[in-house]
Design a protein around this ligand. Structure first.
Ligand SMILES: [Fe+2]
Length: 241
């Protein structure tokens, strides 16, 4: 065998053949379409809110419940061209014209995203700012009276829902909503900017507090992130001027 033929044969055996002899490359798979919404990591560790909220509750609440709202919302958006490209706030503003699956999961995603930021490890959440404290005293009489009203709203919400402190544009109001409804929804009875929100679904407290929602509500002040409430109030009132 001439030397050149021997070299070519050896190259084939060793897999050294050039591009002309290689199998054609497979065409690259199309990249999957980006999901419209995603679950952000918690801004603290799962165990960071103990002893008020236990790590297992936080792990399931964030990783399972909130993730399910995000997944279901993305599925609903894919099925509805009218929702594609819309912000979460825009979807909520028109949610009365959408099927229940959009209402429940857009609300669930918005509410939980807000809720995580409104909590902080015990001892780190700060105090109400002078502006927020003054406004609370004006609308409720005292900080304690506001807390009582907020806890009562959470306790009296039958079944699953949320307790809220809302800036309506000219005053602070305590209210509650069923399921995953919130004050941004187009048909909300009390519309406005959320300042404080607490989740009173059993999945938020049942592992530690069982049926004692009242103990969860009174203990929850220990993880309230007043610093975030102050920022939300500052933003909401600045917009209204
Ligand atoms: Fe929840």
């Amino acid at each position: 065998m001439p030397a050149i033929v021997r070299i070519a044969a050896a190259a084939l055996v060793l897999g050294l053949a050039g591009p002309a002899l290689a199998a054609p490359a497979a065409s690259p798979a199309p990249a999957p379409a980006a999901e419209a919404f995603s679950l952000a990591p918690l801004p603290y560790a799962y165990e960071a809110l103990e002893p008020v909220i236990d790590a297992q509750t936080m792990r399931i609440h964030h990783g399972k419940h909130h993730q399910a709202y995000v997944n279901n919302l993305n599925t609903a958006v894919k099925a509805s061209p009218a929702l594609q490209g819309k912000s979460l706030e825009a979807i909520l503003a028109d949610v009365q014209n959408q099927p229940a699956v959009v209402r429940n999961n857009a609300g669930g995603h918005y509410n939980h995203t807000l809720f995580w930021t409104l909590m902080a490890p015990p001892g780190t959440g700060g105090e109400p700012s002078a502006a927020l404290a003054d406004r609370i005293r004006k609308d409720f009489g005292s900080i304690d009276a506001f807390k009582q009203a907020f806890q009562a709203a959470g306790a009296q919400r039958f079944g699953s829902g949320w307790a809220w402190l809302v800036w309506t544009g000219d005053k602070l109001v305590v209210t509650s909503t069923p399921y995953q409804d919130n004050p941004l929804m187009g048909d909300a009875p009390v519309k406005g900017a959320p300042i404080i929100a607490n989740d009173v679904w059993e999945h938020a407290y049942y592992l530690k507090y069982q049926n004692n929602r009242g103990a969860y509500l009174s203990g929850w002040w220990g993880v309230l992130n007043w610093n975030q409430a102050n920022r939300l109030f500052e933003t909401a009132t600045r917009k209204g001027k």
